[in-house]
Write a protein that binds this ligand. Structure first.
Ligand code: PRT
Ligand code: ZN
Length: 287
């Protein structure tokens, strides 16, 4: 019997490439001699990998040339293709934002009324202006949007921002968010049930990897008389593991911590008398 393979489209090169390949790898999916080809496959998971330009990925998935794909929400919403989002992946984070010259007095979206806006995201800008009941002239350009105000092509731009240094270097300031974006896993709307089973396995692994990325394993030593207070500070998966140390009156406590609460909790633990705190990354997490 021919084994069906799930076809995934990922970016060929660019900002999402490394994280997409790493996600597959962290999910235990090995790629055959993968780099810079149109297509490769995995030898330990029923998956074929297509390397494409990010802008083409939603269309390929809508047309079922690929079953699933990894793409930024910015590209997905701009292209308005009919696909399902099945998982937010937590990388490729950026925002689409309005920016104007640094010395401009920006006093709200009304500022944009009657102005010229340069962007590579005309659909998203049109939706944004409509929602805010502002009429402006959208100037679609294909790249280097940030130079448009400086050369007199536009009064404002709408572009992707991550660190903000591109805007800064071009004398611009970010004034209004349009969309928060990150990489998402998308799926063809009529996925074959046999392929859905493979996708479910892949998703199970993605979720275990994502969970582990946000979580740290913590080991610490605690005096027994402080044990209850310290245990109370640790959320853990169920409850922490407590083992006696060779030194009388002391125990070793093992637990897991959420990345976001990390520094807060570490400080409290130290304050409560914990010593020898070790924090280690977790590779996978299945709960
Ligand atoms: O060749 P292909 O078409 O596949 O790639 P591309 O050149 O269109 O896209 P690429 O590789 O630049 O970005 C792929 C995806 O990464 C985007 O669609 C976003 O979802 C995501 N992403 C995350 C970003 C950024 N951060 C980002 N900072 N995409 C682009 N930028 C650019 C932005 O356009 C601006 O020019 O980086 C500059 C701003 O960065 P800062 O750090 O200076 O603010
Ligand atoms: Zn692109």
């Amino acid at each position: 019997m021919l084994v069906k393979k799930l076809k995934i489209a990922i970016q060929k090169s660019g900002r999402l490439y490394d994280d997409s390949v790493k996600l597959l790898k962290d999910c235990g999916i090995d790629l055959k001699n993968g780099v810079n080809k149109l297509k490769t496959e995995s030898d330990n998971f029923p998956m074929e990998i297509y390397f494409l330009r990010d802008d083409d990925i939603p269309q390929y998935v809508e047309d079922a040339v690929a079953d699933i794909g990894i793409v930024g929400e910015n590209v997905l919403y701009e292209n308005k293709k009919k696909v399902d989002i099945v998982e937010h992946l937590g990388f490729g984070k950026c925002r689409l934002a309005v920016a104007v010259g640094r010395s401009e007095q920006y006093d709200g979206v009304g500022y944009l009324q009657g102005k010229k806006i340069a962007t590579t995201y005309p659909n998203l800008v049109r939706d944004f202006l409509k929602k805010n009941k502002v009429e402006a002239d959208i100037h679609e350009i294909s790249g280097s949007v940030e130079i448009a105000p400086g050369i007199g092509l536009a009064d404002a731009i709408v572009d992707l921002v991550s660190s903000g240094s591109t805007l800064f270097m071009n004398g611009l300031k970010e004034v209004e968010p349009v969309l928060q974006s990150q990489a998402v896993l998308i799926r063809n709307k009529d996925l074959d049930p046999a392929l859905q089973i493979i996708l479910d396995k892949f998703l199970f692994r993605i979720r275990a990897v994502k969970k582990a990325r946000n979580t740290k394993y913590i080991l610490l030593n605690a005096p027994n008389d402080k044990l209850q207070v310290i245990i109370g500070m640790l959320p853990g998966m169920k409850s922490p593991t407590v083992l006696p140390l060779a030194e009388p009156g002391w125990s070793s406590v093992h637990s897991v911590l959420n990345e976001n609460d990390f520094w807060d909790i570490i400080e409290k633990l130290k304050g409560a008398g914990a010593q020898g705190i070790l924090v280690v990354p977790i590779e996978k997490m299945i709960i």
